[in-house]
Design a protein around this ligand. Structure first.
Ligand code: MN
Length: 496
């Protein structure tokens, strides 16, 4: 359901008329080559569209206005090959409302020492042309990502690629509709928030639906469709005996399939990209949706349990950023600790709802009592997350504004089997170490629910936060508690 090929990014290059037509033609030729090169890179999943070189304030304003208006265009990469006096850019930039990446590069990597003359210097002067441009961006307080280096360098391509994924998620966020089945879990604070402020900030729309609406959709599913999905379950997963054909709880699997098809049909018919539910309100559903939520997340839907719409939106945005990458994204919760000194680990899981995209191992399909919610035994997929470098991200509402917190973690293979814990889980070591990471997370007010990914990095989330204009706190191998506390204080002053 996520196709990054539907998006495009414009490659916008500035110059001026002083150099004559021949130089502009050369600038144009070089810029086109760079745009075509970037477009071909596997690390850059979005189509890069070359735009004719801009040399007047009128053409700049017209181009940026067109970029604003074109739905497929999700942002611009800008570069000053020569000098482009930046007062020409003021009007265009003032109205420009999409993500901006300032690529500070130069066409030739090396100085041609024996050939270099003033003509060469005039053609290849991004070193000061981009300074003039960036001065204006700073003066106008326009947020952007700056990527520095030769356009063929892997690190430059990688950083552009990361930003293009964040830009796709940002575009998707502005069209996102989130369905809430039931309200917030009673008395819980962190999953609450201001939905109007969220729509103004992130663009997404959050609406609530009675469980009766969903139950109607679930009950309307035809038996043939359920039979086909059961066959898919049988073919895909390692089935617990009692769920197999003729097994004593085969009926639970049929009910789980009905719920999956019912939720999917509801989401599809109303164009939703994310949803929440809560075990406290399942009126009309016989089980807490387990396998249904897990498989819908795998298809690209965002999800938050206990009414957590902020995390549902974040998980969807992370799904967009991760489209086509090896690895996955899941709803997650810091559940239980292992506190052996020097060997501290966090066991992340949820009651049921972890996305199978984060495993590379076998997936079992099982049914067990839940012990909460008072419903029938729910069917769930059980697996362990793949060992990997991963992140946990949280967006919280701190009253006047939103804050993102991201922690780099190292997910490890568990040395222990947990036969009495039939849920999907991940075991990780937070960076830089358990004590620092956890202290900083708590001081920042980060949630227990997160978006977990083993294919995205904190840079993806940081780029996304920059586009949204929200605070982003990163806890990684370079974090110290004292400087983190100072960052919290400084940010409080900056954002308020
Ligand atoms: Mn929870």
């Amino acid at each position: 359901m996520i196709d990054l090929k539907t998006y495009e990014l414009w490659f916008v290059v500035g110059s001026q008329h002083l150099y004559g037509d021949e130089v502009i033609a050369q600038v144009s030729h070089n810029a086109k080559r760079i745009a075509e090169f970037l477009d071909k890179q596997e690390l850059i999943p979005i189509k890069i569209v070359y735009k004719p070189v801009l040399t007047t304030s009128e053409s700049i304003s017209a181009c940026l206005q067109e970029a604003n208006n074109k739905a497929e265009c999700i942002g611009c990469i800008m570069w000053m090959h020569t000098f482009s006096p930046s007062k020409m850019w003021i009007n265009g930039l003032k109205n420009f409302g999409k993500p901006l990446l300032h690529l500070h590069t130069q066409f030739h990597r090396d100085i041609p020492w024996s050939e270099i003359d003033m003509a060469y210097m005039n053609l290849h002067q991004a070193a000061h042309g981009d300074r003039e441009f960036s001065h204006l961006l700073t003066r106008m307080n326009i947020s952007r990502k700056v990527v520095v280096g030769h356009w063929q360098h892997q690190e430059v391509i990688r950083r552009i690629g990361v930003w293009t994924r964040a830009a796709a998620a940002w575009s998707d966020s502005k069209e996102m509709k989130i369905a809430r089945f039931g309200d917030n879990m009673r008395d819980v604070s962190v999953t609450e928030g201001d939905k109007v402020a969220a729509q103004m900030r992130f663009g997404y729309l959050v609406n609530g639906y009675g469980l009766g609406n969903l139950a109607q959709s679930v009950n309307a599913i035809e038996d043939e469709r359920i039979a086909a999905l059961i066959e898919e379950y049988d073919d895909t997963y390692d089935m617990q005996d009692k769920l197999r054909g003729g097994g004593e709880q085969r009926e639970s699997l049929i009910e789980a399939a009905r719920i999956e098809l019912g939720i999917e049909s509801f989401l599809k018919s109303n164009g939703f990209k994310a949803f929440t539910d809560t075990f406290e309100n399942l009126h009309g559903l016989r089980q807490l949706p387990g396998i249904a939520v897990q498989r819908l997340m795998q298809k690209g839907y965002g999800f938050g349990a206990e009414g957590d719409w902020k995390t549902a939106a974040l998980v969807r945005s992370m799904k967009v950023m991760a489209a086509g990458l090896e690895g996955g994204v899941s709803f997650m919760e810091d559940y239980t600790y292992h506190l052996g000194t020097g060997d501290e680990r966090v066991l992340g899981a949820h009651m049921l709802e972890i996305c199978p995209s984060i495993t590379n191992g076998a997936i079992r399909c099982e049914v067990h009592p839940l012990g909460i919610g008072g419903k029938e035994d729910p069917v769930r997929l059980v697996f362990g997350a793949a060992p990997a470098q991963a992140i946990n991200a949280s967006i919280i509402d701190i009253g006047q504004r939103f804050r993102m917190i991201v922690n780099d973690v190292e997910t490890v293979e568990s040395k222990h089997s947990t036969p009495k814990l039939p849920v999907a889980s991940a075991l990780w070591k937070p960076l830089p170490d358990f004590t620092t990471a956890t202290t900083c997370w708590l001081l920042a007010g980060g949630a227990h629910h997160t978006g977990y990914s083993n294919c995205l990095t904190s840079e993806h989330l940081e780029d996304f936060a920059e586009m949204a204009g929200i605070e982003c706190l990163i806890i990684n191998e370079n974090t110290f508690e004292s400087t983190f506390k100072q960052d919290l204080r400084s940010n409080q002053a900056y954002f308020n």
